[in-house]
Design a protein around this ligand. Structure first.
Ligand code: BYC
Length: 474
């Protein structure tokens, strides 16, 4: 179904045929816009931003580009097309019809999953709200705002499901999604990472690389759901998510590229000299990476989770790319995890495969994260330096799961608490690192100009040149 932009809420779900639902969403719409004005990107609301907007959900032509003022962005409800042949792909009901309505016994669990997913979307916009003031270029400013409006749309995607399938409870949940706020002492966002402040662009690139990538894997898991409208919603969200990870991946590459240029010019790898020249030394990049990667690992939940086992058994949440696995029932297999033995060492444990689904997904995520690291290291190697970036171990600095508060070094080796306390400041961004990175953050708003700490991108957006005026400020 094509998307009708004459509607107050653009959609491809035939909203007009359900007046009650339409009215409920039209009631929520001004609350969303109020939230956007109060907690969305600070200022820039009258700037013309070169944004893409969904016009259809098919692979070829979903995006059109043009100048839009952010509050006029057409946030809408877009589900991937329905496949009438689709069957349940995993769990106890493998092979049966997928659900167009929610079976009563799964209502509260699905509601919780949808609320948790929905909560992350506005949270990320809140976290990023001040970054417009320090964008390293108009190209980057545009990318930030593209990410922000699409996270806003992802909130719409979850709110649609809450309104359409969960009655009054869902409507209340939708209101609460605008009432919790990132970092709020009384009403924080649900998941840890989404309460961490993002004050600088290095953190933004780390977040879009590592945390948005968690989003990719969680959305892929939900795209397998037996609840077909959830699966179709998440499938389309994934097409938007890809650009967010591109922003992170290329952002980090560009930071490294610039650092390597400075290292070459000065013929040194001394962080002090590199900083004096206004670039970001590689050990600092590693510390920011350590912080955001370890925080994002927690978003997958515990290694052994009875919640995860029941999501899988009931067909609510599968594994990313479930079709690639041979055994979709996973009832008789086991999974081996390394766990702390309580004496400063590790032991292995066998857990039923269904209980291990969080860790299975986390494992796929770590592999995906490695690809960027390999690419960045290739740049460093080509420039003739021996320094290498590395992902810390999945045991390092965990706050959820079996390794919670177990002191390890970044390689995952358990160490005494005192040693951890003494070293942690050298493994994560120190106050001095943060102050230095913040000192680099100044808005560069002249088309084609770049801040000195980052290299220009290889190409612009939608075949436009890098020096294109991606945001027209007024
Ligand atoms: N922080 O049994 P467990 C995205 C809670 S990002 C705080 O292992 P489960 C995006 C957990 O809720 C993707 N609490 O949990 C990215 C549970 O609480 P209860 C977001 C946490 O249920 C960038 C308890 O600990 N998608 O889209 O197996 C920009 C025990 O844990 C955390 C989803 O969240 C944490 N990190 O797994 C914008 C998908 N981790 O029940 C957007 C939907 C766990 O004891 N959510 N807890 O009160 C889920 O699938 C699951 O809720 C989780 C947790 C994977 C998050």
């Amino acid at each position: 179904m094509s998307i009708n932009y004459q509607d107050r809420i653009p959609n491809n779900v035939d909203l007009g045929s359900n007046r009650t639902l339409q009215r409920a969403l039209e009631h929520w719409q001004p609350e969303f816009l109020n939230w956007w004005q109060e907690l969305g990107p600070k200022d820039f609301q009258i700037a013309d931003v070169y944004l893409r907007t969904a016009t259809s959900v098919d692979a070829k032509g979903w995006a059109t580009y043009g100048y839009v003022k952010m509050p006029e962005y057409r946030w809408g409800i877009f589900l991937a097309d329905r496949n009438p042949e689709r069957k349940i792909g995993f769990g106890d009901n493998f092979g049966q019809e997928v659900w167009q309505q929610i079976p009563g016994e799964h209502r509260s669990t699905l509601r919780r999953l949808i609320v948790t997913q929905g909560d992350t979307e506005p949270a990320s916009v809140e976290q990023q709200r001040m970054l417009g003031h320090t964008a390293p270029s108009l190209y980057d400013l545009r990318n930030l705002f593209q990410v922000n409006v699409e996270e806003g749309r992802h909130l719409w995607a979850m709110v649609y499901l809450l309104h359409a399938y969960f009655g009054r409870d869902g409507r209340e949940d939708a209101e609460e999604l605008l009432e919790r706020h990132s970092g709020d002492a009384d009403k924080p966002r649900i998941l840890g990472t989404f309460n961490e402040p993002i004050r600088d662009w290095l953190s933004f690139f780390m977040f879009t690389y590592f945390t948005d990538r968690d989003g990719k894997f969680q959305l892929k898991s939900l795209a397998e759901s037996s609840f077909d409208p959830l699966a179709r919603t998440c499938s389309f969200m994934l097409t938007e998510e890809a650009h967010h990870m591109f922003v992170g991946d290329t952002g980090i590459s560009r930071v490294i590229k610039r650092t390597l240029e400075v290292m070459k010019e000065l013929n040194t790898d001394d962080p002090v000299a590199i900083r004096a020249a206004g670039a970001i030394d590689l050990p600092t990049v590693q510390r920011y990476l350590n912080f955001w990667f370890s925080s994002s690992l927690d978003l997958f939940g515990s290694e052994s989770s009875s919640n995860a086992a029941s999501y899988f058994a009931n067909g609510l949440k599968g594994r990313p790319d479930e079709g690639r696995y041979e055994d979709h029932v996973a009832l008789e297999t086991f999974y081996t995890v390394d766990v702390p033995d309580g004496n400063g060492s590790t032991k292995t444990e066998q857990i039923p495969m269904r209980n291990a689904m969080n860790d299975v997904t986390r494992g796929s995520y770590v592999k995906d994260c490695e690809m960027g690291v390999t690419r960045w290291n290739r740049l460093i190697e080509k420039a003739g330096h021996s320094f290498r970036l590395a992902l810390p171990s999945t045991r390092f600095r965990r706050n959820i799961g079996m390794w919670t508060s177990v002191p390890t070094d970044p390689s995952g080796k358990p160490i005494p608490q005192e040693e951890y306390n003494a070293q942690i400041a050298s493994w994560l961004p120190s106050e001095a690192d943060q102050a230095y990175i913040l000192s680099l953050m100044h808005g560069v708003y002249e088309a084609g100009k770049m801040a000195a700490w980052i290299a220009p991108p290889d190409r612009g957006i939608n075949n436009n040149p890098v020096q294109y005026e991606y945001v027209r400020l007024h």
